[in-house]
Write a protein that binds this ligand. Structure first.
Ligand code: SAM
Length: 494
């Protein structure tokens, strides 16, 4: 995985050597973390898939498992910062395996409260066993230099001056690629909240559960230790433990689902439709099924939690929008995805939905047959960087133009699929303007049959959603993913 200064061999402490196979050490947590960081760097592995497997296979549990997780995830999140400091402290470009060990040591020295002698000593031991004595000597010297200053002291040395280059400064200080910091600044409308947002992106998110209405309840989740959530009437937070061990989750009556993901689905069900009929809903890009699971339960059983009187009063419904309403049930969800394996996941997590493997841009349905359509469009996922530690370094701004074309085409077919008077929710797990407001603005301007509703009026539980008419969630404001929602009504025919 490249951040900067990725130029090739070096840092061996002199001379060539034969690569030794890994030897076991007692420091299971650091070995597992190192293996994860190496695998991500070397073969584009996914840390959130590999680490749990390694912990299971090696029998690493409890505090060791927590340490391995913090070491691996924290190191991967902070790569950009650590590489800048490593470059400053090295007299040669380290080889990738040595560099990954240095990154692991730098994370312990600069962001974790590991005492310097332990951070240096354990990393040097690991390098001696896994790579060789020469590399261990080099790592020892570099880590000692890194440990001579705190992160706060290093940042002004290795990052551009904030007065000349505020984005470049924040990119190094908070370990994010520069283009992502720029995109966040544009979406926030200015730099003021950037440090809070980037900081929130570096924290592990709470595990949020959804109790699917008619199938489970928040009370059932609270009875097994989950905590009352802030916004969604169906959410509960899990502080610790494996959600898969909870009976309701194992039985797909409940699931893991970010709170903003729950709320954007709920908002779609709350818009009063114009004209007759509210029986058939479509989730056009449903895999792996988070929103489909909730929409399927509400379609069948209704929005059982409904909206509190206070929330209803808080709902600011502009004249053109009717007030939010709790759906009474009695509808059917069709859930589609272009990828068969993702459609299968949707089938496994829903109960009553019809699940199809279909390309949303070549739809298998007649135009105008659906009353409500959810389009959770494929996107860069910049709003969920907290979840995949390495994701920020893998995203590429050059893909956005192609994604934008697909997003526009899918939004066009979603609007064709809904009946006049019906509603489409356009959702992305990205706040990037090119994937959100620009896509919606272009499609609405091109068609004469769509009006954009004030999405905030259907989310009275959550404030601070922006200037509208769309709603934008943020990790630093809401503790959720940075999810975007636009609600579009197809105008009734004259
Ligand atoms: C952001 S994810 C959807 C997440 C899902 N709604 C949830 O809440 O779990 C986007 C999905 O769109 C699917 N997709 C991409 N292109 C598509 C297309 N042309 N037609 C239908 N689905 C598509 C992808 O396979 C992916 O599963």
């Amino acid at each position: 995985m490249r951040t900067r200064g990725d130029q090739g061999a070096g840092g061996r402490g002199g001379g060539s050597r034969t690569r030794r196979p890994p030897r076991p050490t007692r420091d299971h947590a650091r070995n597992a973390a190192y293996d994860v960081v190496r695998a991500v760097d070397e073969r584009d592995a996914y840390a959130n898939l590999l680490l749990p497997r390694l912990l299971r296979e090696r029998g690493i549990r409890g505090r060791d498992a927590a340490l391995a997780t913090e070491l691996a995830y924290g190191t991967l999140r902070g790569l950009g910062t650590y590489d800048a400091v490593i470059e400053m402290c090295s007299d040669r470009v380290p080889d990738p395996d040595v560099r990954d060990a240095l990154r692991l040591g730098a994370h312990q020295l600069l962001r974790m409260r590991v005492p310097p002698h332990a951070a240096v000593g354990t990393t040097v031991d690991l390098v001696r066993l896994r790579i060789g004595a020469g590399a261990a000597k080099f790592v020892n010297a570099v880590l000692r230099k890194i440990g001579s200053r705190t992160l706060e002291e290093w940042v002004p040395i290795v990052a551009p001056d904030p007065a000349d280059d505020p984005v470049g400064h924040l990119a190094i200080a908070y370990g994010h690629p520069r283009w992502i910091v720029s995109a966040f600044r544009d979406a926030l409308g200015g730099p003021d909240e950037l440090p809070d947002l980037l900081d929130a992106d570096n924290a592990r998110p709470l595990v949020t559960l959804v109790a699917r209405p008619g199938r489970s309840s928040v009370e059932e989740l609270e009875a097994v230790g989950a905590l009352t959530a802030r916004y969604s009437p169906y959410a509960a937070y899990l502080r610790e433990g494996d959600p898969g061990q909870i009976e309701a989750v194992a039985e797909t009556r409940a699931a893991v689902q970010d709170e903003a993901s729950q709320l954007v689905a709920l908002a779609l069900t709350r818009v009063p439709l114009e004209g007759d009929g509210d029986e058939l809903w479509l989730d056009m890009c449903a895999g792996p099924g988070g929103k489909a699971g909730l929409l399927d339960a509400i379609a069948t059983h209704g929005d059982l939690a409904g909206l509190s009187k206070e929330a209803r009063e808080r709902a600011h419904a502009p004249a053109a929008d009717a007030a939010p309403a709790a759906f009474p049930g009695g509808a059917r969800l069709v859930a589609a995805d272009v990828q068969q394996h993702r459609a299968r996941l949707v089938w496994q997590t829903t109960r009553d939905a019809a699940v199809l493997t279909v390309d949303g841009i070549e739809p298998a349905w007649r135009p105008g047959v659906f009353d409500r359509v959810m389009l959770d469009a494929p996107c860069t996922g910049l709003g969920a960087l907290r979840r995949r530690p390495e994701a920020r370094w893998r995203r590429d701004p050059h893909g956005i133009a192609e994604l934008g074309k697909l997003q526009r085409r899918l939004l066009g077919t979603a609007l064709d699929a809904v009946r006049p008077g019906g509603v489409v929710a356009y959702v992305t797990c990205s706040p990037h303007l090119a994937e959100t407001r620009v896509v919606v603005g272009d499609v609405v301007a091109r068609r004469g049959d769509v009006e954009q509703l004030d999405a905030r009026a259907y989310l009275p539980e959550a404030g601070d959603l922006g200037d509208g008419p769309h709603a934008q969630f943020w990790p630093h404001r809401h503790g959720t993913d940075a999810m975007f929602l636009a609600l579009l009504r197809k105008r009734p025919q004259a």
